[in-house]
Write a protein that binds this ligand. Structure first.
Ligand SMILES: *Cc1c(COP(=O)(O)O)cnc(C)c1O
Length: 395
């Protein structure tokens, strides 16, 4: 059996997205900045895609900017808020310890440029509170950036409550909604967010297409200087096939959100129940306030990397920590922020499902995983010490 359970890393392009992309390569290939008919046909495609994002986010088309992906959207959002803060002499930014590196590393760069960053601790359930945000806000705070749903543990943050706190304090609020998009309803008015990032390849659209929503009152800082594309805020000829695929995928994901969540939640819960029945295994993040397809557990006494290789041999594609950190031996910053000790964080497994996963696949995963975990534990000197009492069990 071939099972793809790494949908938080990326997803398969849907038939709908592919069908929207295909004619853009050879039929609607004009440059949307050109005045002639082929150009204007491409411009119409671009406008239609922008309108789809605007409608589903409850925004205006003029508030939607296309980027090269979620990372660029995050960079541009943070740089925008920092530039606006700078003008008003406000150089303090609040974020969290479990953000994606596109946010964390941009914040590090801003620190080197003189900004002060407060990273909020992550409570044991993996859900940051609006109260934490409220007490961290200072008179010189120019931005709060809290991700909508975490990419490793899938926990969903109280974005509307945080938005209300920020609005009341007059502080800009950015949320990296890359993992939430297509799984959780997003209404930028209701949530009171000022800046929001999306990435098409996380909701069955193509890679290399991102969306940055910026409220009318927030003038974007340009990262890519060039032509007048995207109202002069993002130079470069627009990727019409990618943008059309992204819009079709987002429209479909929003339309099928409820039915997908109803389908996925019991599959997720069955995986969680089955995996946490393995001794010395713990679920990471709140069991309920998490994305419908996210499962993340730590198995004591094993290495996530070895687990992934054995799973891959059985045809199961999963992840340990985030794809960005795999290849390095550092345990996930998310699991450490959650309070897992290093040795426990190393034994993590993330299974992220999509509506394309079948119930039989869950049966198969639950059939093979306990055996793989025992096999790895039997070979592990650490497990030996845990079992003989030389080392205390941590979970
Ligand atoms: C994948 C991801 C990103 C980066 O998006 P890209 O389009 O791959 O650049 C940013 N934030 C989160 C939470 C993600 O999961």
């Amino acid at each position: 059996m071939k099972i793809y359970a790494d949908n938080a890393a990326t997803t398969r392009v849907s038939d709908t997205a592919l069908a929207a992309m295909t004619p853009c390569f050879q039929e609607f290939y004009g440059n949307p900045s050109s005045l002639h008919t082929p150009g204007q046909l491409a411009a119409e495609k671009l406008a239609a895609a922008r309108a789809i994002f605007a409608r589903n986010l409850h925004a205006d088309p003029g508030e939607i900017t296309f980027t090269s992906g979620g990372s660029e959207a995050d960079n541009q959002a943070l740089r925008t808020a920092a530039a606006l803060g700078e003008k008003r002499g406000k150089r303090h930014i609040i974020s969290t310890k479990f953000e994606h590196h596109a946010v964390l590393h941009t914040l590090q760069a801003l620190e080197r440029e003189g900004f002060e960053v407060t990273l909020l601790d992550i409570p044991p359930d993996g859900v940051v509170t609006a109260e934490q945000v409220r007490s961290a806000i200072r008179p010189d705070t120019c931005l709060v950036s809290v991700m909508f749903a975490n990419n490793e543990i899938g926990t969903v943050q109280p974005i509307a409550e945080i938005g209300a706190v920020c609005r009341q304090a007059g502080v800009l609020f950015h949320t990296d909604a890359v993992q939430a998009a297509g799984h959780v309803p997003i209404d930028v008015e209701e949530l009171q967010v000022d800046l929001l990032s999306l990435s098409a390849h996380k909701f069955h659209g193509p890679k290399g297409v991102g969306v940055l929503y910026a409220r009318r009152s927030v003038p974007l800082t340009t990262l890519i200087h060039g032509g007048a594309q995207e109202r002069g805020k993002r130079g470069g000829t627009e990727d019409i096939p990618g943008i059309c695929g992204a819009a079709a995928a987002f429209d479909e994901a929003c339309a099928t959100m409820e039915q997908n969540a109803a389908y996925l939640t019991p599959l997720r819960d069955r995986l969680i129940a089955g995996l946490t029945a393995i001794p010395h295994t713990v679920l990471n993040g709140d069991p309920v306030r998490r994305l419908p397809g996210n499962v993340n557990v730590c198995f004591e006494g094993i290495e996530g990397e070895s687990l992934l290789l054995l799973l891959d041999e059985k045809g199961i594609a999963a992840s340990s920590g985030s794809a960005c950190t795999s290849g390095s031996l550092d345990p996930s910053h998310v699991l450490l922020a959650l309070g897992r000790p290093h040795e426990v964080a190393h034994g993590s497994l993330r299974l992220s499902l999509s509506h394309e996963n079948r119930p039989e696949e869950i049966d198969y995963i639950l059939e093979v995983l306990p055996g793989i975990v025992s096999y790895l534990r039997d070979m592990s000197p650490v497990w030996d010490e845990l079992e003989t009492g030389l080392r205390p069990h941590l979970i």
